[in-house]
Design a protein around this ligand. Structure first.
Ligand code: KG4
Ligand code: ZN
Length: 346
């Protein structure tokens, strides 16, 4: 079965063709047109600009995805079994472009369509070229807009264990970077400086808080961390000379909370798999530290992480989720596919 995935929820216009066979997913093409360079000068995503860029990029991106997968537009109806498109959460005006394009192709080419939740897409990035994932699984889903600890009992069956009460983990990286006058997005640059500090072998005495780490629930809160960084910087005349140390401590504070709660949930639910998902899962220190903790503390569970190219927004992950919905005949009428900013997984 071949699926065309389309993603346009934030600042990446993406299209991908995947082939699924007995739950084994191969990526035939994966095109991502990123707007990061455009939004960088504003220090974050400007929704109006993002929307306009999606309109310009969506058709060339889909064309390239078809070409890379050796599928001609003429043969689309025969070759593609379903279109999977992100319906939310995300920016309304960005989502609209992907959705309306997907609906048009579905109508004109008579190809079934499936609406996909963006977070579910991130989770299904783990299932690309990986047939060895056992349930139950706990997934730490960390992106620019979401921080969710999810228990996955089977394919497409989820229980939300906890989420952030305020800022997402990615937002904590992005906003802290802004306070330190670093560029957008904050995650990659904070991670780079944090590495420099780690390699220096020095110890940090910044002592930032690890919000809610010892609370009994699986909830998160990262806005206090950002405020703590703000006050530290305000009271530190030398902060500009200590950027790597600030980055190291910010990253470690976020990782400590994420790892502690993921391990706690994994033990509580005796899971067989622990996974990472979302843009922040590109963070190498988080990948390594969670893997080490799983190996040390839960010998019966396996740690799985998405391949680097499928961590941040892409359409292969949307097509991957679409494939598992298609196996359940979970198709929609194109007329019923609409933007759903409050879309929930499951
Ligand atoms: O999943 P994603 O591409 O978009 C959303 O769905 O939000 O995630 C983007 C987020 C941004 O906050 C970005 O700073 C963060 O992922 N990110 C990282 C890294 N790469 C991207 N955070 C930490 N370390 C990274 N290497
Ligand atoms: Zn995302």
């Amino acid at each position: 079965m071949k699926i065309l995935g389309i993603e346009s929820s934030c600042d990446e216009t993406a299209a991908s063709i995947i082939q699924g066979n007995n739950q084994d997913i191969k990526v035939l093409s994966n095109i991502v047109s990123s707007q990061i360079e455009i939004h960088k000068k504003y220090g974050g995503v400007v929704p109006e600009i993002a929307a306009r860029e999606h309109v310009l990029n969506i058709l060339p991106v889909i064309d390239n995805a078809l070409t890379d997968a050796n599928i001609s537009k003429k043969n689309m109806s025969k070759e593609i079994d379903a279109i999977a498109v992100t319906i939310g959460p995300g920016l309304v005006t960005s989502l609209l472009t992907g959705i309306e394009t997907a609906k048009t192709i579905s109508y004109v080419k008579n190809i079934p369509i499936i609406g996909i939740n963006h977070i579910e897409g991130h989770i299904y990035a783990n299932f690309i070229e990986n047939t060895d994932i056992k349930f139950p699984a706990v997934i730490m889903t960390v992106s620019g807009g979401h921080t969710m600890l999810v228990l996955m009992k089977n394919h497409l069956e989820y229980e939300l264990l906890g989420e952030t009460r305020d800022d997402a983990a990615g937002e904590a990286f992005d906003k802290s970077a802004k306070l330190l006058e670093l560029s957008y997005p904050g995650g990659p640059i904070i991670s780079k400086y944090a590495n420099t500090f780690k390699q220096s072998g020095k110890k940090s005495d910044l002592n930032l808080p690890r919000p809610m780490i010892h609370d009994k629930n699986f909830e998160f809160s990262f806005s206090g961390l950002k405020t703590a960084v703000l006050y530290k910087v305000r009271n530190d005349k030398n902060w500009k000379n200590r950027i790597p140390e600030y980055c190291y401590e910010i990253q470690q504070a976020i990782i400590d909370v994420l790892v502690f709660k993921t391990i706690k949930a994994s033990k509580k639910f005796s899971v067989k798999t622990v996974m990472l998902a979302g843009g922040v899962s590109a963070n190498t220190e988080l990948r390594t530290q969670l893997e080490t903790a799983v190996k040390k503390e839960i010998s019966s569970a396996k740690f799985i992480k998405p391949k680097m190219k499928y961590t941040t927004d892409n359409a292969a992950m949307i097509a991957s989720a679409g494939y598992f919905h298609a196996l359940k005949n979970d198709f929609h009428m194109w007329q019923n596919i609409k933007v759903d900013c409050n879309s929930e997984i499951g």
